[in-house]
Design a binder for this molecule. Sequence first.
Ligand code: FES
Length: 115
Amino acid sequence: MFVGLASGTTLCTLEDIADGSAKEFSCSVGDEIYNIFLQRKGDDVFAFNNACPHTGAPLNMEQGQFMEKSGTYLMCHTHGALFQLDDGLCVAGPCNGEFLEPFDVIVKDENVIVV
Ligand code: FES
């Protein structure tokens, strides 16, 4: 799905993302194209550019699967880097201390909206 990331844009509903899973989008920001993902955990949704700070590779290998088995951290499936869900900080792996590029979204009235 291709969407713009203008403030106020509704990307999807909370119900569109199964708890613990993610939904992927291709987005335009100015002249740049990003592949972002929305990771749901409970009633919260976190949005990041799908590019590992180590090599720029996509984090996931299977569609919608970005979390490691325990459901605590996002994981890059290429070399196993682990990232905090709330801020994208890498806490283990070859890019330890670097961040995923975040995008600000909120959940309002069951809709996931670009801030
Ligand atoms: S590409 Fe992500 S850890 Fe190496």
